[in-house]
Write a protein that binds this ligand. Sequence first.
Ligand SMILES: C[S@@+](CC[C@H](N)C(=O)[O-])C[C@H]1O[C@@H](n2cnc3c(N)ncnc32)[C@H](O)[C@@H]1O
Length: 324
Amino acid sequence: MILSKERSPRNKTIDVSAAEGYRLLGRCVRLSRPAEMSEVLDRTIVGDTFEAMDMLPGGFADLLIADPPYNIRKDFHGVSFMTMTDDDYRAYSASWMERAARLLKPTASIYVCCDWRGSLIIGDLLARRFKVRNRISWQREKGRGARRNWKNGMEDIWFATVSDKFAFNLRDVKIRRRVVAPYKANGSPKGWEMTDSGNYRDTCPSNFWDDISIPYWSMSENTAHPAQKPEKLFAKLILASSNPGDVVFDPFLGSGTSSVAAYKLGRHYVGVERNETYCAWAERRLEMARDDKRIQGYIDGVFWERNTSAQQKAAGGARGRHDI
Ligand SMILES: C[S@@+](CC[C@H](N)C(=O)[O-])C[C@H]1O[C@@H](n2cnc3c(N)ncnc32)[C@H](O)[C@@H]1O
């Protein structure tokens, strides 16, 4: 299955042999009739999400993370998603959203990823059915250059809830930043801490996320999926908008990022993906997560800003958490 070329020893991209792939696929579920919760909890469902969602029990999900195909031509290893008209993409998005809505608890939160163009449609559709709370802009750094336009260097993640009753754990998603102008009151740091490796403060995260890069070949979470999201990104969503033991649902699971992040953070997961290779990668990542629950950029309960060195993290992480 999958990647066979010679590669650098530092390349950690996850690969599985054909035999491994079949073993891992054997752990996934295929639905042909309405399922009980016990049959799908903490499982990867192989199949078409439009059919699978109709067979899942209603009202089970505390958190929906949806990362659907964006409205651009993209090859998902053999199955291409073709660009649609805006009207068709609206109908497509409304159709999966309608199905997903049935699966949500009244206290559930919803995050939907999209690019700037899809954002115009997704934001509007969410507002018609749910309570839209915010739109996060993620500066993803890499993007394809364009000759006669600005390069796409960001993505949107819409945040909505089913009702006014929802979880939001602000203390769990603070971000540790270096203090540029350390202010002191009566000779003592005001709202920041002095450490051997520098001065830091834990700040409330805004809706502009510039601390997370896409997965690279040197990162152990990396697969060859063409649109894989970083674990750190979904970890933030999960920590803020669910509690331990809650169920995270992802109707477009891809390489399994939401399930892996949910598992590492003590949540349950259910994910649907139609591509068998991606399902195998997801299962491999879940297997790896049994022994290693680290999430790159998230250490000792703290999210670190981009480009913080390992030494700084070690020194700054050792001093525990504080709030300002
Ligand atoms: C943007 S990717 C998701 C990437 C994922 N968040 C990750 O980190 O790997 C969208 C995924 O949806 C899957 N997909 C698209 N249409 C689908 C459908 N009708 N049923 C199930 N999966 C589908 C694609 O195969 C692709 O892996």
